[in-house]
Design a protein around this ligand. Structure first.
Ligand code: FES
Length: 434
């Protein structure tokens, strides 16, 4: 499997597997950036935490990101004002701006290649969409600008610029943050009950539990199998390509993203719903050949993201009926900034402190959105597809991914190696591949 520019050459600390019984105030399941930051903030508040990770920490989505830190998450603010109102849209923005500010503060103490950068969302087809977003942002008090030209070699209809955002190296940052945290690796949680969780050789008793496992794997509560699907996307890193002086993202879902890291240009794109065909690396390579013909590919990697029904993440209580179980998921490809929002919000909820953003991100908000219907159709179609290769999560038909040589599930994005060994959840076990 291809390694990201962040993972390649990084020396990760090693942690033991949990064996036996153990007690803590807060159990955090999942050793990605969300779980690690939750553990970090709670420890700072004097709360005892234990973090368990099924494999090695930071090796999932966290190690395979493009690592942009921004409140600009596509052209969302115009839509959000219309769907949930100006106040809620303003609070979403505020939460993300606070997250960005927290990164700025931490980056003063932690060397992590943190750089201030402007962020741009561009459109290849619609000037009016960009104009509406600038107008929405002006209403929310952001100094956003309409740009006619940007430093990427594409002919655009316009772009909206968010000044003073940032980019960093997420693993340099997190490997400092984890110092002093109580972590167990190779500890796959198989079941949770109120205040208890079990792995194959361990049992943890905790007052509260945070599920930070990328896709929440507990099906009994919260209906995450209705609320989320996964999207796969690809990145290549090129040498001898120009500096684009910022972070760029197409407003179209299937479009491309750009940023530099040191002497590399990172191009992202080729995305598709997991389990479906898509452009993948080949699309990016064809693009690079056309626009950066003298550049050399140094790295290529892929990642996958949980997509919510309304472009707002699910951060808070796992469900209305589980007061001591918490969740953070559905980051819609903006996980670096959102995980900081999640850590600030969840650590406040756990220590009983009021948090202004709780309502915005509440996992119990209405699910009556058009994407619910699309997810339902996809699930029905794949449940009814006749094949022996079935996903152990909820039984959908697995699809062969010829680019990555994996079995992928179009329903909720579980993925398996050629022989059925699990790679990505929400499945919690291997698939039978005959
Ligand atoms: Fe849910 Fe496959 S991931 S059925």
């Amino acid at each position: 499997m291809s390694k990201s520019v962040w993972i390649e050459g990084t020396e990760f600390p090693k942690y033991q597997k949990l064996q036996g019984k153990i007690k803590t105030d807060v159990l955090i399941i999942g050793g990605g950036i969300s779980g690690i930051l939750c553990s970090y903030f709670l420890k700072q508040s004097g709360v005892d935490t234990i973090l368990v990770e099924a494999g090695r920490i930071c090796r999932g989505v966290t190690g395979n990101t493009t690592a942009k830190l921004t409140s600009q998450h596509g052209l969302i603010y115009d839509k959000m004002i219309q769907s949930v109102g100006k106040e809620m849209a303003g609070r979403y923005l505020e939460a993300n701006e606070h997250a960005l500010e927290k990164y700025r503060q931490l980056a003063k103490k932690i060397y992590c290649d943190f750089e201030k950068k402007d962020s741009f969302i561009y459109s290849l087809s619609s000037r009016s969409k960009i104009e509406r977003e600038v107008e929405a942002l002006t209403q929310l008090g952001v100094a956003a600008e309409f740009c006619e030209d940007i430093s990427i070699p594409l002919s655009i209809r316009g772009a909206v610029k968010f000044p003073n955002q940032a980019q960093f190296n997420p693993l340099m940052f997190l490997l400092e943050i984890v110092k002093g945290l109580k972590i167990y690796e190779y500890t796959f949680i198989k079941d949770i009950a109120p205040h208890k969780a079990w792995s194959d050789e361990g049992e943890i008793t905790a007052d509260k539990i945070i599920v930070a496992t990328h896709f929440p794997f507990l099906n009994k509560h919260g209906s995450y199998f209705l609320k989320l699907y996964q999207d796969r996307s690809y990145v290549i890193a090129l040498k001898n390509a120009e500096d684009v002086h910022g972070m760029y993202m197409d407003e179209e879902k299937m479009g491309k993203s750009f940023r530099n890291y040191k002497d590399l240009l990172l191009i992202g794109g080729g995305s598709h719903r997991t389990g479906k065909a898509g452009g993948n690396w080949e699309e990016l390579r064809a693009f690079a050949k056309q626009y950066f013909p003298t550049a050399k590919e140094m790295y290529a990697w892929a990642t996958q993201d949980c997509m919510s029904l309304d472009q707002i993440p699910y951060i808070g209580r796992y469900s209305k009926r589980t007061p001591d179980l918490f969740v953070a998921s559905g980051y819609n490809k903006w996980g670096m900034t959102t995980s900081m929002v999640a850590a600030m919000l969840l650590s406040d909820l756990i220590i009983g402190k009021k948090n202004e953003w709780e309502e915005v991100f509440s996992p119990s908000r209405s699910i009556l959105k058009p994407q619910l219907f699309i997810n339902g159709v996809e699930a029905t179609k794949n449940l009814l597809t006749p094949t022996t290769k079935r996903c152990p999560h909820l039984g959908c038909a697995l699809k062969w991914n010829p680019t990555e040589h994996t079995w992928d599930c179009p329903c909720h994005g579980s993925r398996f190696e050629k022989d059925g060994k699990i790679i990505n959840n929400p499945a919690t076990g291997n698939a039978k591949i005959k």
